[in-house]
Design a protein around this ligand. Structure first.
Ligand code: NAD
Length: 336
């Protein structure tokens, strides 16, 4: 198959080429730097598949163009598929495949890194020590042991996260419409969302972005949380209302925030914009808080995860070529 790989960076090429070499190397990849949108979709002409990442646009119009150019398969290099109009894909006769699990550990470990860094102010200490400032004022943290961690979404990543936090001696509470007995095996307890907001010292979000979880963390939710709450989001930006976060940070009701995702990250993340002005005033405001730590959607970014993403993407493509069915399809029918 010929595959147009959108939003591809050098690291995507490295891992996809290496995975292709380990299989039979039968597919041809065209690497395109740009994000997939209605203009760049035309570049898929002559390709059987479009391979897309989290900030590519896969709305009705783009899917229509891709189908018109002869694309039959959308191979997502992500687990999340909230950016794909599945109904439109079905109408266009496009198969959509994803990488459902590559390394939940990668994301959970990065989440734990955000918690530890924020709590012990590693980001501040790093800068201070390099400038010869060894003062400890402003670096006071708290013991994790005995703290209550609220996990929203106990799927693959949420469960890994629960295991890590159990290791720190935390009390685990969780919320998920589909409770998993493994959570209880870890000593965790399912509670309703209000109780989770009220009782947690740290809240970590691991649910997908859906109409139900859009702005799950808003003014009202923040109002129910303990003063000084640490809030971590490594799921999808849209789960959190960033304006409500800013209000909570300004009033001091939120103690600290760790974000790997941001609702409007599409115009920012994965690019080096160091010589450009950030136009997003909400994001720029978030960056001004010393108790906010933001990483640019890198939680997945480990060697193991990149290898697994490349291998599963190729397996999806090969299966589609051989059987007309991808290994890990997502469709409106499957979600129903
Ligand atoms: P998963 O499908 O295994 O788990 C998601 C869980 O969320 C499920 O148990 C589901 O029942 C639950 N859920 C659904 N609606 C909910 C709601 N309203 N409230 C609470 N829980 C709800 O997915 P996963 O592999 O654990 O990934 C979780 C999310 O992490 C993904 O959807 C994706 O958005 C995000 N993610 C981020 C990165 C990153 O690099 N930052 C990488 C991979 C995945």
């Amino acid at each position: 198959m010929r595959i147009a790989v959108f939003s591809s960076k050098n690291y995507d090429r490295t891992f996809l080429d290496a995975a292709a070499e380990r299989t039979d190397g039968r597919h041809q990849f065209t690497y395109l730097d740009g994000r997939l949108d209605k203009q760049s979709a035309l570049l898929a002409k002559g390709h059987d598949a479009a391979c897309a990442f989290v900030n590519d646009r896969l709305d009705r119009q783009v899917l229509g163009i891709l189908a018109g150019e002869g694309v039959r398969l959308i191979a997502l290099r992500s687990a999340g598929f909230n950016h794909v109009d599945l109904e439109a894909a079905r109408k266009e006769g496009l198969t959509v495949a994803r990488v459902p699990a590559y390394s939940p550990d990668a994301v959970a470990e990065h989440t734990a890194a955000l918690i530890l860094s924020l709590n012990r102010k590693i980001h501040k200490a790093y800068a201070r020590v390099r400038e010869g400032n060894f003062a400890l004022e402003g670096l006071l943290g708290f013991d994790l042991r005995g703290r209550t961690v609220g996990i929203v979404g106990t799927g693959k990543i949420g469960l890994c996260m629960a295991g890590i936090m159990k290791g720190f001696g935390c009390e685990l509470i969780a919320h998920d419409p589909k409770p998993d007995p493994q959570m209880e095996n870890l000593g965790g307890r399912y509670v309703d969302l209000d109780e989770l907001f009220e009782r947690s010292d740290i809240i970590s979000l691991h649910c997908p972005l859906t109409p139900q979880t859009y702005h799950l963390i808003d003014h009202q939710a923040i109002g129910k949380m303990k003063d000084g709450i640490m809030l971590i989001n490594t799921s999808r930006g849209g789960v959190v209302d960033a304006r409500a976060l800013i209000a909570g940070l300004k009033s001091g009701s939120i103690g600290s925030v760790g974000l790997d995702v941001y609702e409007e990250e599409g115009d920012l993340f994965f690019e080096n914009l160091s010589s450009k002005m950030i136009q997003d005033d909400v994001f720029a405001r978030l960056l001004t808080f010393p108790n906010v730590l933001i990483t640019g959607h890198q939680a997945f970014f480990t060697r193991e995860a990149m290898t697994a993403i490349a291998e599963t993407t190729i397996a999806n493509i090969t299966s589609f070529e051989e059987n007309g069915v991808a290994l890990h399809e997502v469709s409106v029918e499957k979600l129903a």
